[in-house]
Design a protein around this ligand. Sequence first.
Ligand code: SAH
Ligand code: SF4
Ligand code: F3S
Length: 441
Amino acid sequence: MPEIASKTFYLETFGCQMNAHDSEKVVGTLMAQGYRQVPTEEEAGLVLYNTCSIRDKAEQKVFHRLADFRKLAAQGKKFGVLGCVAQQEGEKIFERAPHVSLVAGSASYRNLPQMLVQLEAGNQRVTGLDDRQTDETFETEFTQRTNPCRAYITIIEGCDKFCAYCVVPYTRGKERSRKSDSVLAEARRIADGGYTEIQLLGQNVSSYRDPTGKRSFAELLSAVGEVPGIRRVRFTTSHPRDFTRDIVAALDAVPTLCDHVHLPVQSGSSRVLKAMLREYTREQYLERIGWLKASRRQPSITTDVIVGFPGETETDFEETLSLLDQVGFDGVFSFKYSPRPNTPALSLPDSIPDQEKARRLAVLMEHQRGIQVKNYRRHVGQTLQVMVEGRREARQQWIGRCSQNKTVNFTGAGTDLKPGEYRNVYVTQSFPNSLAGEMVV
Ligand code: SAH
Ligand code: SF4
Ligand code: F3S
């Protein structure tokens, strides 16, 4: 009799889109092994958490969740920790949460079937932690896509940039790209499956190097955009250091590539950027923004910012604010610096008190809000093509997204739209984070 009675599993995902997509692959792999997914921990024989350790708060979440459900272990349920906390903490997790019997990092998921056999055999400490130096990517024919509108394809795994604050190179291992022919074959399968939107994923998509040498990142992007049936292609995340002009040229040349580029800047101060080991200056970042602004498309630009990096002065912080003004981002994900294990910045004193980090974060968010109010207002009076994502019944509104990745809520379509359909919407109102309007018939 198998140890994991009923072969049922529950999976909860934390972290970035790469984790979300990894989970789609994990679900598919488990289902191919005869497992069935259930919606709650209580119903499952195997409880899995796919974890994130980008900031301390993210890491703590999984340990809280494990503590919350600890009593279920007494009923014979098995617990597994996957993802970035698993890779970072390794076997220490067995000490900290003794009811966990599987710890596996993202580079080991192709061995999940063997790990499941070990779990079923009653092994209390199954690990998949040794593969970070692998050359292989996790490709599987078993992906169980859960997003009804958007299909993800990982084109590059890992990261070799080693920014001073970041755990990713340690949790996801070295950079390895997938063959462009394999990416295109998956894009065609996705289109055949009825999807019209593809998002290419990687911690650093702009560092993509085709192992077969056939296509640059810009060429791959264009080729995915030309797959019959595909109407929208997005990509995330690009690193300013390898963001090249041919990517801008591809956006101008291929209409299916979306009007949006996410280009994390982290700081507007060249001094802080140097300490962060980002390998570009404020001026070099602004040069890339200049290319985008001079392009025919003039895509929407969003970014990530860290406040309170060790040694960040008030003047450095003000330089970040002035960069926000200069670029006029459509969205900024901003974070307080969080010291992380193994990273070079850990040797620097975490010099900015939490209260000051919080103040800078609040100032930055308020500042950016003003910029977005103006940016979003420009869309009032425009007609935008919107892909339907869902419905907000309480407000009798449809929710969708335009090519620029902005949320557009709209009315006037009755109740018969399905996720993934496209409609034209005349924008009547704007907010700092969304647009609202009416469907055009
Ligand atoms: N590969 C992407 C970033 C992925 S992590 C890039 O290079 O831009 C997503 C964001 O989390 C980062 O852009 C950064 O803004 C933030 N982040 C990463 N490590 C952090 C840390 N130690 N403290 C606070 N924010 C962090
Ligand atoms: Fe982290 Fe830097 Fe790599 Fe992005 S580029 S994942 S911030 S090390
Ligand atoms: Fe988090 Fe790992 Fe993604 S640390 S942000 S889940 S790569």
